[in-house]
Design a protein around this ligand. Structure first.
Ligand SMILES: [Cu+2]
Length: 760
């Protein structure tokens, strides 16, 4: 073995190195069939300022670039990757899809201690496979702001074809911690930005009022295909990339990695068919398609042809179709790829209504085998497949009703036999047999579960910190059956192993390390337990993973080979991710007084305080502080205890029910200067109305019904409350920005008022 150093030094040189690498890759300059080497990279991780939208924002760059440098090795090499953490916060790097010794897998507090600020850490491992892979930070939310890059493992005799590494990602000017907090507070700001609010006015306009009402009756919030609004979508760090050096007749291999934190991408090309030749680093029999959807963290190798001396667009569209990014191949006249029309959200809502029973479970559809990604349930939302919706109500209704078995099959047939061929997993066939060795089997079952209203994502309704490690034995085969009982796709990723996806290809089942599993789909994967240590199995949507959607697989009796000495402390750090508390606040300042709420909440617990403040003594002051726990998978039950404080120096005001001194049950109200403990339980009823019954320290009962944030129009929200203390409110809020609304409400205590509401 020879030793070479590919050290990339700091400075201007590293800024240009990425484009240099791109050019080298693109012109096929790399040697083939060479001896095995020790290949060294030095990665300097630094805070940086980027400007994708005209506004400078904080990001993280490695060797001065986003994405991180393309790391290239040849099968048989030894990788030596020195990570120099130049930041004031910890970091880590995970080699996605690589079979590495467990201690170098890069999951902080599981396989290694975090790389502390201003420390250097060496990852050293033999390269025992080939294919297109990628690497990213596994620390906090660093992956969202730049810590991702391509990792290309060449075959010993790699065919000499023109190649472009294509790293897909997304950018938001909002800090990732704020994205995460917003998701956990179920604010619909992202839906407003994306135009996917699915409000009542839109439902009525499009003839879907019944669908909207049914949706709320089933206690669902508006569904979308993705959670986060992004400002930009990026190909190798830019929204437009030009590769003009290609000529008519060239075949170009795109090594595509979806390094987006939470976006799936549609890929289509204006120069003809896309030939898929590998996925997740594993070769498949070449298969042609017009387009494919690449899941978060998946990789695909595809070959496209340049038909004439023109510039052909390889179009990258996020699944929510809000924007796009373009890679132009060749030079000359620009040939545009087919744009994807806006999603038909109400058709999707109708589909979800039909799929969901009253308990938040997905119904098994009669006569349908939902397996192996053959049918894309979201197809009902694609105008290009199911027909344009403009001015064609009957057609739209027909599509919305296409959820019975035959309808779905027809749709699927149409998708496969029609003019648009969309790649699905059943079309992937390994180039060699992938059968597992003869060994004892272990079978595991997981239900993918979620609660969109509170952004809780789990397996079997348990987070990572709420579950034990899954024990497996070296030498056994593991079969995992996954059932998606949530309303979103989840790209499930297994560290350190490839698994077979049982897709009807028998002995030639394709090998992958990420499985995209659609709502109501059941998939089976299997792998040989051939290593040791701890391996993470998790949803690769960053914000789902951080909320606890995963498990740790632990090889029994495998000796600890990591450098973690205090395993209990490390585990607490690891579990802290999904135990995190999120803060929220809402404060109205209106002409008649101030109402507000502040809360801290996590997966199961919530502490909140509410206040109600009049501007004159007549109206007094009231506050309640409560702690409660959400019960059950859907979290519709919420028992709580707390403290209620009322202060009114003079008598209350009359309300439409008459005197202020008696409740409906004839009890004497003690609203004046009341200090009392309360205990109660809230329950979310069909229609998303919250029923709340409580008793206070004086033995007085109160029953209350309320509903917040009814979306009347994309930005107008209605809320109401009524209770047996004869209190009631009715309010409207017009959302101007994420943090600021105009509001008005009528309140039985304080009367009519108008003003502003801050939301945090
Ligand atoms: Cu997920």
């Amino acid at each position: 073995m020879k030793k070479v150093s590919l050290t990339i030094f700091l400075g201007i040189a590293c800024l240009v190195s990425y484009s240099q690498q791109m050019k080298n890759m693109a012109t096929g300059v790399q040697s083939t069939g060479r001896d095995s080497l020790v290949v060294r990279y030095d990665l300097y991780v630094r805070d940086t300022i980027v400007n994708f939208t005209g506004k400078p924002e904080h990001a993280i760059a490695v060797n001065g670039q986003i994405p991180m440098p393309v790391l290239t090795f040849t099968e048989g090499d030894t990788a030596e990757i020195y990570v120099h953490n130049m930041m004031d916060e910890e970091t880590s790097l995970h080699w996605h899809g690589l079979f590495v010794p467990n201690k170098y897998d890069g999951v902080p507090n599981l396989t290694q201690m975090p790389i502390m600020p201003h420390e250097t850490y060496l990852y050293k491992f033999p390269v025992v496979q080939h294919g297109t892979h990628w690497y990213h930070s596994h620390t906090m939310l660093q992956e969202q702001i730049g810590m991702y890059g391509a990792m290309i493992l060449r075959k010993k005799n790699e065919p000499d074809i023109l190649t472009i590494p294509v790293v897909l990602s997304e950018w938001s000017d909002m800090k990732p911690e704020e994205i995460q907090r917003s998701l956990h507070n179920a604010t619909d700001w992202f839906a407003i930005k994306k135009g996917s609010t699915q409000s009542f006015s839109e439902a009525i306009k499009q003839g879907y009022l019944k669908t909207k009402l049914t949706n709320e009756w089933k206690r669902m919030n508006a569904m979308d295909v993705s959670d986060v609004y992004y400002d930009q979508f990026l190909i190798n760090g830019k929204s437009t990339v030009e590769q003009p050096q290609f000529k008519a007749g060239d075949k170009v291999r795109l090594r595509i990695a979806n390094a987006g934190a939470s976006s799936y991408f549609w890929l289509n090309y204006s120069g003809g068919k896309i030939t898929v030749v590998a996925t997740d680093g594993n070769d498949v029999e070449p298969v042609e398609a017009d387009r494919l959807l690449i899941g978060v963290s998946e990789t695909y190798d595809v070959i496209v042809t340049v038909p004439e001396n023109k510039s052909y667009e390889f179009l990258v569209t996020p699944e929510d179709r809000t924007k796009s990014a373009s890679l132009w191949i060749g030079s000359g006249e620009k040939i545009f790829a087919r744009r994807l029309p806006k999603l038909k959200f109400f058709a999707g809502m109708k589909m979800m209504n039909d799929m969901m029973d009253m308990n938040g479970n997905i119904k098994e559809m009669q006569g349908m085998k939902m397996q192996d990604q053959v049918m894309d349930m979201n197809t009902v939302m694609y105008p290009e497949i199911s027909g344009e919706d403009k001015g064609n109500r009957s057609r739209q209704d027909h599509d919305a009703h296409a959820m019975d078995a035959t309808g779905m099959q027809q749709m699927n047939m149409k998708e496969e036999s029609g003019d648009i061929v969309t790649l699905n997993y059943a079309m992937l066939r390994a180039t060699e047999k992938t059968t597992l060795p003869d060994a004892p089997w272990k079978e595991l079952n997981f239900v993918l579960t979620g609660n969109m209203n509170r952004y809780v994502w789990t397996l079997d309704n348990r987070t990572v910190s709420e579950s034990d490690k899954i024990l497996i034995r070296k030498g056994e085969n593991v079969r995992i059956v996954l059932y998606n009982n949530s309303m979103m796709r989840h790209p499930m990723h297994l560290h350190g192993h490839d698994f077979r996806v049982l897709n009807g290809q028998g002995e030639y089942a394709p090998l992958k390390n990420v499985l995209d599993i659609m709502p109501m789909e059941r998939d089976t994967i299997e792998f040989a337990g051939n290593t040791d240590g701890d391996w993470f199995f998790h949803c690769h949507i960053l914000y789902h993973m951080m909320s606890g959607m995963g498990r740790i697989f632990h090889y029994e009796n495998s000796p600890a080979k990591t450098e973690i000495t205090d395993t209990a402390a490390a585990q607490r750090m690891l579990f802290a991710d999904d135990r995190k508390m999120y803060s929220m606040a809402r404060a109205g300042i209106e002409s008649n007084g101030s109402d507000g709420e502040a809360a801290l909440s996590q997966t199961r617990w919530r502490i909140n305080t509410l206040w109600h403040l009049g501007y004159n003594k007549l109206h007094g002051y009231e506050s309640e502080t409560m702690i409660g726990r959400y019960l059950g998978r859907m979290q519709w039950w919420y028992p709580y205890v707390g403290f209620d404080y009322h202060d009114k120096t003079e008598g209350g005001v009359k309300n439409i029910f008459g005197s202020e001194s008696k409740t409906w049950f004839g009890q004497v109200s003690d609203k004046l200067n009341r200090h009392t403990v309360v205990a109660g339980v809230a329950y979310t009823l069909p229609t998303l109305t919250v029923a709340d019954i409580r008793i206070d320290g004086n033995g007085k009962w109160r029953f209350q019904l309320s509903r917040e944030d009814i979306a009347l129009t994309p930005r107008l929200r209605l809320n109401w409350m009524i209770n047996t203390d004869k209190e009631y409110t009715l309010g409207l809020r017009y959302i101007v920005t994420k943090y600021f609304s105009l509001s008005s409400h009528y309140d039985s205590d304080m009367g009519l008022g108008g003003g502003i509401t801050f939301t945090y």
